[in-house]
Design a protein around this ligand. Structure first.
Ligand code: NAD
Ligand code: MLT
Length: 316
């Protein structure tokens, strides 16, 4: 019998992607999620392909256990900060992601988080469910004519800008890697420095990847450039904002509120930010919609099969 390509799916992805792999007679697919590192090290050498989402860190240690067999790592998502792309590339392993598959899900979650923070919806909900009819404690913050600062005007940042226009906000962005014309076509004013953006706007929302350059890009110094009572939204990546310093700014009242979907360490069940009253948190749900999970799973499955069969693929 002809040997098959072996594929390990190590994080939860939509069944539609797994079905696509299984429909191909040349693929042998194992879905083994929540493996310990030791369990993963013990089996990774048996696979030609690894498909992950956020929970599997593909670092040099894991790559050292691949016994030269692994040919492709596919991430069902955008960010590749949990994959050591350089180390994989040096070993001839293709790394790919699904950059467009969850753009709208992350965009809509950003808007949901922004509105939830402006009106403190989670806290108002739990107050009422707890039997208290309290209208006085929940004075909201209107978006109309407020200045929104988008940090990273890529796919998600641009879609956020389009939706914020619907609220009649004034929109500014900081992104040193895009053309002014792109911002202008979105009706966004591109500012030349992060400091200038922070000094201009009432709300910031982050949409950059996590890279050595963006890690810790927002800390106390940057938060202090915002007006008192500003709002901060992070549906991009943990680590972009220094968590300790965000905590202080929320506690002191420098910030009115924050909405945070992503954390330095995930799962973030013991995070100090969760103790604060003026924060809205979700457990990395940006990409969690039916449509986007099907998109990214099907896209990653197709790309991984293309690599294994020597066909054209889109790399990261
Ligand atoms: P993208 O590549 O289209 O856009 C990123 C933008 O950030 C680019 O325009 C880039 O020029 C800009 N950028 C890079 N470095 C910068 C810097 N130092 N300062 C300002 N701008 C900078 O990516 P995208 O599809 O918009 O996704 C953005 C990020 O969102 C992803 O990398 C991922 O980490 C995160 N994300 C999170 C979720 C979630 O579940 N919460 C879902 C999808 C994406
Ligand atoms: C992404 O980078 O696309 C997201 O973080 C995806 C996810 O893991 O949900």
């Amino acid at each position: 019998m002809e040997s098959k390509f072996t594929v390990l799916v190590s994080d939860d992805i939509s069944e539609k992607g797994i079905d696509l792999l299984r429909q191909d007679p040349t693929m042998a697919v194992d879905v083994k999620t929540k493996l310990s590192r030791e369990e993963l090290y013990a089996i990774i050498g048996d696979y030609d392909a690894l498909i992950t989402r956020s929970m599997t860190t593909v670092d040099q240690d894991l790559l050292d256990h691949t016994s030269g067999r692994l040919r492709v790592v596919g991430r069902a998502g955008v960010g590749l900060d949990n994959v050591d792309v350089e180390a994989a590339s040096k070993m001839g392993i293709v790394v790919l992601n699904t950059p467009t598959g969850n753009t709208l899900a992350a965009t809509e979650h950003t808007m949901a988080m922004l509105l939830a923070a402006c009106r403190m919806i989670p806290k108002a909900h739990s107050t009422l469910v707890g039997g208290k009819w309290d209208r006085k404690s929940f004075m909201g913050f209107e978006l109309y004519r407020r200045k929104l600062g988008i940090i990273g005007l890529g796919r998600i940042g641009s879609q956020v800008a389009r939706r914020a226009k619907g609220f009649e906000m004034e929109i500014y962005a900081y992104d040193p890697y895009i053309l002014r014309e792109k911002a202008e076509s979105l009706g966004v004013k591109l500012l030349p420095s992060l400091d200038e953006l922070l000094e201009t706007v009432d709300i910031i929302t982050l949409h950059t990847p996590r890279t050595p350059e963006t890690l810790g890009m927002i800390g106390t110094r940057e938060l202090n450039l915002l007006p008192d009572g500003a709002i901060v939204v992070n549906v991009a990546r943990g680590g972009l904002i220094v968590e300790e310093e965000l905590h202080s700014a929320l506690q002191s009242g420098k910030l009115r509120a924050a909405a945070v979907d992503v954390f330095d360490v995930e799962p973030a069940v013991d995070n100090k930010l969760l103790e604060l009253d003026n924060i809205v948190v979700t457990p990395h749900l940006g990409a969690n919609t039916d449509a986007s999970q099907i998109n990214v799973a099907v896209m990653v499955a197709q790309q991984v099969m293309n690599v294994l069969k020597g066909e054209d693929y889109e790399g990261a």
